[in-house]
Design a protein around this ligand. Structure first.
Ligand SMILES: O=P(O)(O)OC[C@H]1O[C@](O)(COP(=O)(O)O)[C@@H](O)[C@@H]1O
Ligand SMILES: [Mg+2]
Ligand SMILES: [Mg+2]
Length: 349
């Protein structure tokens, strides 16, 4: 019988990957895992406690907040506050970045960006939801960390992960040395290694996109969708369409089976819907570490400039060959438009 390896044990073993680290990142990951267990407990009994439905408030992006959005946000922030390793939290649910000012966190080096509850529209209907997190090291070495410490490119992430609250609950994370997945064993209350060295297939047969918005998509996306649907035995087409409305669930499935997830620009939302800092960059880091790729249709997601906390970006992410093929369609049918300004060449589409 093989011994169970808990997330806590695994993190300690992997500490040797970072010879100069003193354990702060490990403690941060542990704090996030504790909050995930608390959120998981509440999700599992959601119909029995007063946690379903609207909170009656809106976030900075004008989206109505669900009670579970608010609850998850409070739990993750509380865990980071009491852990002491995080100096700033950026959350989908808060307009501004939050300073963690406490005696134990005064020397904290890490910044955490978080989507506490991903897939909010699925909360009330018992379909998988998730949490996404991204961890950066602050750049400044003295004084209070600033917004500049927060606005770092995705390539600067030191760790990223997601939790999927699905038919089982899993925590999947990377520190830039591959991707490992842990399933929560409810009988012992521990995340246990279940998916070591996760790798996304280079090709796949699943495409995930909200086709309800088809008429609003750029031509490159429309043509790519038609490409996915055409019969062509040698390339295993037509592909299968799968879309749950939770990015975490759709990407987790595609990571295991092979596939592409797309949330493109639309006629009404030229920058797409998903947020760069706490949705696209962490998922791009994880997917690249698993051998996949993430693009905004033209450029690598991880290299995009980060100018605002709640910046949006179109995203094409998943099996590398599928994303590259979609990029070819974008280049051919929706060439990127740029214009010259005093700041240099800027993208206008
Ligand atoms: O309903 P749409 O427009 O297809 O959007 C679905 C997408 O929006 C999201 O729900 C956005 O995440 P939040 O629930 O964190 O706002 C993604 O998880 C999902 O892929
Ligand atoms: Mg989300
Ligand atoms: Mg969310």
């Amino acid at each position: 019988m093989t011994a169970v390896r808990t997330l806590g044990q695994f993190i300690i073993e992997r500490q040797n990957d970072f010879p100069y680290a003193k354990g702060e990142l490990s403690r941060l990951l542990r704090d996030l895992a504790i909050a995930a267990k608390i959120v998981n407990r509440e999700i599992n009994k959601a119909g029995l406690v007063d946690i379903l439905g609207e909170a009656g408030t809106t976030n900075v992006q004008g989206e109505g907040q669900k009670k579970l959005d608010v609850y998850a946000n409070e739990q993750f922030i509380a865990a980071l506050q009491s852990g002491g390793e995080c100096c700033i939290v950026v959350s989908e649910e808060n307009d501004e970045h939050i300073y963690i000012d406490s005696e134990i966190s005064k020397d904290a080096k890490y910044i955490v960006a978080i989507d506490p509850l991903d897939g909010s529209s699925n909360i009330d209907v018992n379909v998988g939801v998730g949490t996404i997190f991204s961890i950066y090291r602050r750049k400044s070495t003295d004084g209070k960390a600033t917004l500049d410490d927060v606005l770092q490119k995705g390539t600067e992430q030191v760790a990223a992960g997601y939790i999927i609250y699905g038919s089982s609950t899993m925590l999947v994370y990377t520190t830039g040395k591959g991707v490992n997945g842990f399933t929560l064993d409810p009988s012992i209350g521990e995340f246990c290694l279940s998916h070591p060295d996760m790798a996304i297939p280079k090709d796949g047969v699943i495409y995930s996109i909200n086709e309800g918005y088809y008429t609003h998509f750029p031509d490159g996306v429309k043509k790519y969708i038609k490409y996915c649907q055409v019969e062509d035995k040698p390339t295993n087409r037509p592909y299968t369409s799968r879309y749950t409305g939770s990015m975490v669930a759709d990407l987790h499935r595609n990571m295991i089976k092979g596939g592409i997830f797309i949330y493109p620009s639309t006629a009404s939302s030229i920058k797409g819907k998903l947020r760069l800092v706490y949705e696209c960059n962490p998922m791009a880091f994880i997917i690249e570490q698993a051998g996949g790729f993430a693009s905004d249709g033209y450029k690598r997601i991880l290299e995009l400039d980060v100018k605002e906390l709640h910046q949006r970006t179109p995203i094409f992410i998943g099996s590398e060959n599928m994303v590259r093929k979609a990029e070819e369609f974008m280049a051919s049918f929706s060439p990127q438009k740029t214009k010259k300004t005093f700041e240099g060449t800027v993208q206008i589409q």
